[in-house]
Design a binder for this molecule. Structure first.
Ligand SMILES: Nc1ncnc2c1ncn2[C@@H]1O[C@H](COP(=O)(O)OP(=O)(O)OP(=O)(O)O)[C@@H](O)[C@H]1O
Ligand SMILES: [Mg+2]
Length: 458
């Protein structure tokens, strides 16, 4: 008996020895591969890392792996020269010693699957929740891919209800439309976006939180969106993460949305905020040596914005759609800053939130007169269009005469239209108010009719 145990122990130690030898061989092979197909670090700074030996094996935007202390750290090629390549790691803390091996890996790809619904991931597609490994789908897709050709896309013509009354009545949205929510900080962009994720019309919701506060992530997922997470995939890169992660998160989210669109789903893609994406792209472009041209933004930022935004929209005929809603943080409440301007020009409409309205406690703080949906006519019936236009007219009268009425310069009865506005507009505003905890409205027009019903009948 003793003999058998000794034999078994001996054979186990022989096997462990051969496993060790195999591991040594593998490690040697990996190092040889670095010499054979990779390059090495020859310059390190806080903004980027210089690599020699891969100039003819990598392309701009490709992923490379830097081998640091037996771990492979991903980085992206941000500048390509004849003898060296500048790469920027996705983890800012990576500072490899000179001579560290670097392997080119080609474009960055992810393999989404329907089982990703209900999960929270980072920009590189790694799980951030405690639900275990993320199952890989059948096909790996490049995260940075072009939008479908304009002539191959189906047309945007089917309206939807997002459950937020003021949007559904005054700036209604269609499947495949791209809208921006423009506001300064703290006016209610994130809250409005979270309320829109509750819309029942969508099969899948992809949420990219980029550059926002870490605290808000759990608040948004666990409070505002509670109970709606089973059809949501959240891609998170908080403000403290590297600019590479912050720039990648909306691209990863868009690639996931494209995957579900190609399967025929109507996808809601939400990005909070696209301005932080532009800030991250600015930081990276400056690190790559581009000159800043407009308020510190290098030119490539203004080409990256439409490239990302154009990927949302309708798919090819027979495919699903991506309805894109993008929060735009208006720097210093200046609606004409170059990034807001570039985004406004690309999107199919904008919802403007106003600090004055928020200060009155009227939420969502939508400036009805300053907001437009360029595809509203596909959503409204002719009667609804007529109603929305006349209500807009009343709101305009009410706001124009606000100061006059405040100082008592207007006598009731002088203008029947103004009298009607004074009577109805506060009630319209009342019907448009919603908080994140109020249930999504099923029929905004019946809510409105209730509010506008003559007082004695109610
Ligand atoms: N619909 C709403 N109902 C009630 N309160 C709201 C509503 N929308 C916004 N608020 C209030 O406004 C505050 C700021 O909202 P939110 O965080 O959504 O703004 P933001 O524009 O996303 O800000 P930031 O630019 O800093 O991210 C909230 O904490 C909340 O108190
Ligand atoms: Mg916010």
């Amino acid at each position: 008996m003793m003999r058998a145990v000794e034999d078994a122990l001996q054979s186990m130690s022989a096997r462990t020895g051969s496993l060790d030898a195999l591991a040594r061989l593998l490690s040697q092979a990996t190092q040889q591969r670095a010499v054979a197909v990779g390059g090495y670090v020859n310059e390190v700074s806080r903004s980027a890392i210089g690599v020699r030996g891969i100039s003819n094996k990598a392309q701009l935007g490709d992923m490379v792996m830097i081998r640091c202390d037996d771990r492979l750290q991903p980085a992206e090629v941000v500048r390509l020269e004849q003898t060296r390549v500048l790469v920027k790691p996705f983890d800012d803390r990576v500072m490899p010693p000179l001579g560290t091996p670097v392997f080119p890996e080609g474009p960055f790809r992810i393999a989404p699957s329907p089982q990703w619904k209900g999960r929270v991931i980072d920009a590189l597609g790694q799980p951030l929740d405690d639900k275990g490994l993320l199952p890989a789908g059948a096909q790996a897709i490049a995260v940075d891919c072009p939008a479908p050709l304009a002539m191959n896309r189906s047309r945007v013509e089917k309206g939807l209800r997002c459950g937020v009354n003021v949007v559904d009545v005054f700036v209604p949205i269609c499947f495949g439309q791209r809208m921006g929510i423009f506001a300064g900080s703290g006016v209610g962009k994130s809250t409005l976006l979270a309320m829109m994720t509750k819309a029942a019309d969508f099969d899948t919701v992809v949420l990219a939180l980029t550059g926002e506060r870490g605290r808000e992530v759990r608040d948004m997922l666990e409070d505002t969106m509670a109970g709606k997470l089973e059809k949501t995939i959240a891609v998170i890169a908080t403000g403290d993460e590297s600019p590479m992660m912050r720039r990648l998160a909306p691209n990863t989210a868009t690639a996931i949305a494209e995957y579900f669109r190609d399967r025929g789903d109507n996808v809601l893609l939400i990005v909070d905020s696209i301005t932080r994406f532009a800030h991250a792209a600015r930081e990276i472009a400056i690190a790559a040596g581009e000159p800043p041209v407009s308020r510190g933004y290098p030119p490539s930022v203004f080409s990256q914005l439409p490239r990302l935004l154009e990927r949302a929209g309708p798919g090819r005929v027979g495919e699903g759609t991506i309805t894109g809603i993008y929060a735009v943080l208006v720097d210093g409440d200046d609606h004409n800053d170059p990034v807001s301007d570039a985004i406004r020009g690309t999107l199919d409409g904008h919802i403007v939130l106003d600090r004055g309205i928020a200060a009155q406690g009227r939420f969502p703080a939508v400036d009805i007169l300053g907001s437009i949906s360029r595809l509203a006519q596909h959503n409204w019936t002719p009667e609804q269009a007529k109603l929305a236009t006349s209500l807009r007219g009343l709101v305009s009268r009410f706001e124009e005469t606000r100061d006059l009425r405040m100082i008592g310069a207007y006598q009731a009865g002088s203008d029947p239209l103004i009298d009607q506005a004074v009577n109805l507009v506060p009630r319209i505003y009342g019907a448009m108010q919603q908080t994140p905890t109020s249930p999504p409205s099923l029929d905004p027009y019946s809510d409105l009719a209730m509010a506008l019903r003559p007082k004695e009948a109610s």
